[in-house]
Ligand binder design. Structure first.
Ligand SMILES: Nc1nc2c(ncn2[C@@H]2O[C@H](COP(=O)(O)OP(=O)(O)OP(=O)(O)O)[C@@H](O)[C@H]2O)c(=O)[nH]1
Ligand SMILES: [Mg+2]
Length: 280
């Protein structure tokens, strides 16, 4: 994977559009992946924010380790106005989010002029922006149509009286650094095909082992034992047990790696947070 996917022209166009969109909102809701809050953050985003309110959602919290998510919330509160966990799999999160949005709407200034609270979801690819927009659209009162003079060609969705959401998300470039490629790959934020899936799958297996969660792999893939296993050895065993074989009967490591990453992304490998706030 090279930085070529985000060639400068495309990147600056996306950032310019986002900068424009941000001018039209009161609140930017940044989605981070609760399993990789560091790697799923784009530090350049904050420079575009200017004085807008900034809410961070540690999204897909259902897939992350709950204790670690709590510590990440403290970390996120050091750069955002507010941070909350979120998941579409449990309604309590939506209730809390709506509570926060209501508060923001009440505190809109100036108070005398009635206008809606406007907001936008932003985040890196695959973090869940469209899912959240759809969640709100399904509850929406009306689509409000273009509002001249605000953001050209953009639609606002009135999600309830006094609250409007921009119907297109702000897409942020993933942070491409040496220590972010594996985390971003395993959560599916980078296009498959351009990256070394095998290396990322080995890194993921190593993370399970290091966190004492190797049993999850053992059970899922019906392995005999994982005592003192190295990631390479486990990948081999998983390939064998799952029938990821070349015609000559040897394990197809690439295929086995793809299978593990898919299983992780589909949420069948339990909860696992891949980054700790103490490391950043
Ligand atoms: N575990 C879990 N998965 C979620 C949650 N919300 C969304 N997803 C999954 O995340 C994946 C990506 O969701 P999208 O809404 O398409 O993400 P996006 O940010 O719009 O992605 P791009 O359009 O590629 O930028 C989908 O497979 C969703 O089902 C959640 O709360 N928990
Ligand atoms: Mg989307």
């Amino acid at each position: 994977m090279t930085k070529g996917q985000w060639y400068p022209g495309k990147m600056s166009r996306a950032l310019n559009q986002l900068h424009q969109d941000l001018k039209a909102v009161d609140l930017a809701i940044e989605l981070l992946d609760a399993r990789i809050p560091f790697s799923s953050r784009n530090p350049r985003f904050e420079s575009l924010l200017e004085n807008k309110r900034h809410l961070v959602l540690l999204h897909k919290a259902d897939s992350a380790d709950a204790e670690t998510t709590k510590r990440w919330l403290d970390y996120c509160q050091s750069f955002a106005d507010k941070a909350m966990p979120f998941s579409v799999k449990d309604k309590k999160y939506l209730k809390k989010l709506m509570g926060y949005l209501n508060e923001q709407e009440k505190n809109l200034k100036p108070k005398k002029i009635k206008r809606p609270l406007r907001m936008i979801f932003v985040g890196i690819p695959n973090v869940g922006k469209s899912t959240l927009i759809n969640l709100f659209v399904s509850k929406a009162v009306t689509k409000t149509g273009n509002q001249p003079g605000i953001t050209k060609g953009r639609q606002w969705i009135r999600i309830m009286p006094g609250m409007e959401l921009l119907d297109t998300p702000g897409i942020l470039q993933p942070r491409m650094e040496e220590n972010t490629i594996n985390p971003l790959t395993v959560v599916g934020a980078l296009p498959a095909g351009k990256i070394d899936q095998q290396e990322s799958a080995l890194w993921l297996i190593g993370s399970y082992l290091m966190q004492g969660k190797g049993n999850i792999l053992k059970e899922r893939y019906r392995l005999d034992s994982i005592d003192s296993s190295e990631p390479e050895e486990l990948l081999e065993q998983i390939g064998l047990s799952q029938g990821c074989l070349h015609s000559a009967g040897k394990v197809d490591h690439k295929r086995a790696a793809g299978l593990i990453l898919r299983d992780f992304q589909n949420g069948v490998l339990g909860r696992l947070t891949l980054e700790k706030p103490e490391d950043f």
